[in-house]
Design a protein around this ligand. Structure first.
Ligand code: DC
Length: 220
């Protein structure tokens, strides 16, 4: 096992990988990388700077120069607290568009790899296993049906007091799945040596336990 060890958790949008990955990190005392947040930060930055989402070279420059910090559960962009602002559906959709540009992906490689620190890292995203950490100790592809994922997102939004329509959420999620899976640069794929975890019928605790059991058996 290469050190510091990495657990790579990839999967489609709203699969619950963020929740599972952060809990696994907490249980193991590992660092946690939410790589989707980085793409969301570039998306929000591009909206603020009115950059065309199709302009890969300008977006790449923006991504390289973003001043980002993760502190005590807060996410700062150029010193502004954007923890909530990056979680909207509109920023998520924009993130999926700008993430297709190789210039943007390349600009974010260094910052993502810098999270790999002792005693270990749990990284969640789309290409953690295939591109960022191909030597990960454990590779998990966490998924659920589109319907189960749309329903989870719906419940999260309603709980936050944000109104939403289930059919619209299902549609947006299918559009994002298609774009994230079909793009040329680092598409969402199941790495050859990844274990697939289908969570439609699992609780969060069951999913976390499964990942921890898999990791313990690899580490043994
Ligand atoms: O995981 P998320 O929903 O926060 O990610 C938002 C978008 O960012 C997603 O639609 C695709 C992109 N993304 C990516 O291309 N590669 C990653 N490693 C993580 C996210």
């Amino acid at each position: 096992m290469n050190f510091p060890p990495v657990i790579a958790i990839d999967g489609p949008t709203a699969s619950g990988k963020g929740t599972v990955a952060s809990l696994v990190a907490e249980k193991l005392g590992f660092h946690y990388l939410d790589s989707g947040a980085l793409y969301r930060l570039v998306a929000l930055g591009s909206q603020k700077a009115s950059i065309d989402p199709q302009n890969g070279s300008e977006l790449g420059i923006l991504a390289k120069n973003l001043v980002i910090s993760f502190k005590n559960g807060q996410i700062l962009l150029n010193s502004e607290d954007v923890t909530e602002a990056i979680r909207t559906e509109s920023v998520g959709l924009c993130a999926s568009i700008i993430a297709a540009h190789p210039e943007v992906r390349q600009a974010l490689v260094g910052v993502q790899r810098s999270f790999r620190q002792s005693p270990g890292l749990v990284a969640d995203g789309r290409d953690m296993a295939s591109v960022l950490f191909p030597d990960a100790a454990l590779k998990v592809f966490l998924t659920a049906t589109a319907e189960a994922r749309a329903e989870r997102r719906y419940k999260q939004l309603i709980a936050k007091g944000i109104s939403a329509k289930l059919v619209d959420l299902l549609h947006d999620l299918q559009v994002r799945d298609a774009r994230d899976s079909s793009r040329g640069a680092a598409p969402l794929i199941v790495a050859a040596d990844a274990k697939v975890l289908e969570t439609s019928e699992l609780s969060i605790d069951q999913a976390v336990k499964t990942v921890l059991d898999w990791y313990q058996s690899k580490a043994a």
